[in-house]
Design a protein around this ligand. Sequence first.
Ligand code: NAD
Length: 188
Amino acid sequence: MKTVQVSLGDRSYEILIASGLLGQVGELLGNRGIHPTIFVISNSRVFELYGEGLLRQLSDRGCQVIKSIIPDGEQHKTLKTVGQIYTDLLAHRADRSSMVIALGGGVTGDIAGFAAATLLRGIPYIQVPTTLLAQVDSSVGGKTGVNHALGKNMIGSFYQPELVCIDTDTLSTLPAREFQSGLYEVGK
Ligand SMILES: NC(=O)c1ccc[n+]([C@@H]2O[C@H](COP(=O)([O-])OP(=O)(O)OC[C@H]3O[C@@H](n4cnc5c(N)ncnc54)[C@H](O)[C@@H]3O)[C@@H](O)[C@H]2O)c1
């Protein structure tokens, strides 16, 4: 496993990179002191591929795990989707001891990170990015946010994750077009 330390004082965190890392997220969180309630935020496409395995690992460690499924696509990177997440989390009694896991590409990461940054003035979250763009760019750095009708990424917050878990195997299911657009971003 490769580890990159992001040094930001009391907001420091690690970026872990490995093949098969998704299967170790439960253990990694367990070693760090698992949160009693964990909300996994994903879209149905990514959840169908990777969600159930993650939920199982977490519930096996005794925490309550709740999924919050958001619609897929940049057009849903809006306050309306953030509102849906707030409702899901509050309906399941989220508090500041809860944790959010953003499982998906850059759209999911930006939305889930912003929801975590703003609900109850901030609850912990981790990023589990599953696109090349999200793995090399959007999951690190703590930029979270959503679009407004008058502009992209107009509403947002800098909010650092507690951990970033990059499983390079998830790229195997990524459509070629998405992989190529990630490569283009790497080039930029
Ligand atoms: N926060 C930042 O610093 C930052 C930086 C760059 C870009 N961004 C944002 O990232 C967003 C774009 O992210 P993106 O390119 O990852 O798009 P995306 O999140 O929309 O993902 C692209 C598509 O791939 C699907 N997908 C994701 N992982 C998959 C997998 N492993 N297998 C199969 N399908 C999968 C998604 O469901 C989606 O349909 C934009 O909103 C952009 O503004 C943020």
